[in-house]
Design a protein around this ligand. Structure first.
Ligand SMILES: [Cu+2]
Length: 191
């Protein structure tokens, strides 16, 4: 009596490979986005008017940011926040060559933060902020100011990353749907 050895059980699960492939592709993509996104920032802020840390002693109507290259006007924002967290930005930015101009309401004496966000010529977002102080001579405080109300959240804070993650999530969903479709097809066709 001979005992035939059992053939090794092959637990082939071909229906799973598209899902695994898709999952690893999705993980790679998300990791790439998360790691690479800050490094894509190509446009660089070279100087500002008023300069970072400077003190302004006369009335001014425009804040100017000069970049090393032209930035896109669309989606480029400059929020000038002053005393009482009030936004002094008036209207949208105007982009002329490498300069981004932001009109401001008459500035009162106090500390100001300029939070900016720009889209590089190559489409990559960059952002940052700088500060300046307004110290007007006695009797020269403007009567009018910006419309009252607390400034909204600084532009670009988080929203840029949120957008990236949203895009990555959408890609993952699409890949997952494709993987399910592939798996179904294999199952129906009897592998
Ligand atoms: Cu870039």
């Amino acid at each position: 009596m001979t005992i035939k050895p059992e053939p090794p059980v092959r637990r082939a699960r071909p229906a799973l490979w598209p899902a695994r492939l898709a999952a690893s592709a999705a993980v790679t993509l998300v990791a790439t986005l998360a790691v690479a996104s800050p490094a894509w920032a190509h446009s660089r802020l070279e100087r500002t008017d008023p300069a970072d840390g400077s003190t302004v002693t006369a009335a001014m109507s425009t804040v100017t940011l000069t970049f090393n290259e032209m930035v896109r006007g669309q989606f480029t924002t400059v929020r000038v926040t002053g005393p009482g967290k009030v936004s002094y930005s008036e209207g949208h930015v105007q982009v002329i060559d490498n300069d981004v101009h932001q009109k401001v309401y008459p500035l009162h004496s106090g500390a100001y933060t300029v939070a900016w966000r720009a889209i590089s010529a190559d489409g990559h977002p960059v952002e940052g902020q700088f500060h300046f102080t307004v110290a007007l001579p006695a009797g020269q405080e403007p009567v009018a100011g910006p419309p009252t109300g607390p400034a909204a959240a600084a532009p670009g804070t988080g929203s840029n990353r949120l957008w990236l993650w949203g895009g990555a999530a959408a890609v993952v969903v699409v890949i997952a749907v494709l993987a399910v479709a592939l798996t179904r097809r294999r199952a129906v066709s009897g592998r």
